[in-house]
Design a protein around this ligand. Sequence first.
Ligand code: SAM
Length: 354
Amino acid sequence: MDSSSDSLDHNSGVGKHHAQFEIGGLLIELCVSFWKSRSLFVAAKLDLAVHLLDGSKSVEVLAELVGANKESLFRLMRALSTIDIFEQVSPRVFANTPISHHLAVNRDIHAVIVSEGNDNNYRLWESFCDTVKSGKTNSVERVFGVPTMWMAMQADPKYEEDFKKSMTALTNFKVPHLAGLYDYSKFDTVVDIGGSEGILMAELLRRYPNIKKGINFDTPTVISNNKRRGLRHSDDERYHDVGGDFFEHVPEADCFVLKQILHDWNDQCCRDILQCLYRSLRPYGQICIYDSIVERESPVYGQACWVDLHMMQLIDGKERSEAEWRDLAESAGFKVDKLIANELVVLTKKHSLQ
Ligand SMILES: C[S@@+](CC[C@H](N)C(=O)[O-])C[C@H]1O[C@@H](n2cnc3c(N)ncnc32)[C@H](O)[C@@H]1O
């Protein structure tokens, strides 16, 4: 028996040893993968790849350009080059690889890395074991001293800006697909609840000329920051920005869209939001919820389960299964009308005649 078949025979003594060695290595690799995540984040934050777009540079030049210590920067880039992010083309001289080039030119991906890999997320995950043991997260309160993430962002404009850029980046490439999942042409007034920069609303108006009025609704802080930063993704006169609180009151409409809103909140808060929407939804109106439907047959089941942990730890939110969506809808006076492509739940009022 040659050594390669030996190592594949996991029942033999040597095979078992090899298999355990490989599994051990895999577990350790998983455990320390945050080193790579942190390194990628720092490379993105310093925008190293952008500085290499016009050709390779020595680490001394790069350190000067990004304001870094040249020895530390060398060690960072050398490590990243082992996973194909940057290439050391000659001693202490680095160039972009296809992966780092992508990081330089795809500003949507760059925005997601800068936001998702940021220091706040690391601090917010510190108490994860407590969350699993107690069933309750205290991360936002512990790290920021306020009850919700949205309040923390109101107090920190850079945090809010990076987060919104990341949400827009994650939404940008999906917007045409999402807008096409449902026929919005039957609605007069559509409100995107928690619409952030308003790109989904802009796309709905572009695609459905029958919509008479489209409102991008978010907190007064987000709406006024959008205005201050000149962020308006639609010149359409049917487009409106409105600031408010979706626990208190929302503009009257015959369709509410909620994209990645309810997964931010626990069941009680979701009920409060849905009941608030109920009061402003016209009798035959509908609510279109773009969130995961966590079912094992779903092609994005794994991704949904991991995002669910992030929601649980950060903000006491959750991704929901079909049965959980039905229960939640029912408890707020709605029923599930349609489930579309594992990513859209459509609700109608329980007692409205369709
Ligand atoms: C996860 S983001 C989703 C943004 C957008 N729908 C998307 O998918 O890109 C949640 C949004 O809800 C907004 N939000 C949070 N609490 C709110 C409240 N009480 N009233 C209105 N908007 C709120 C936040 O400002 C944020 O823009």
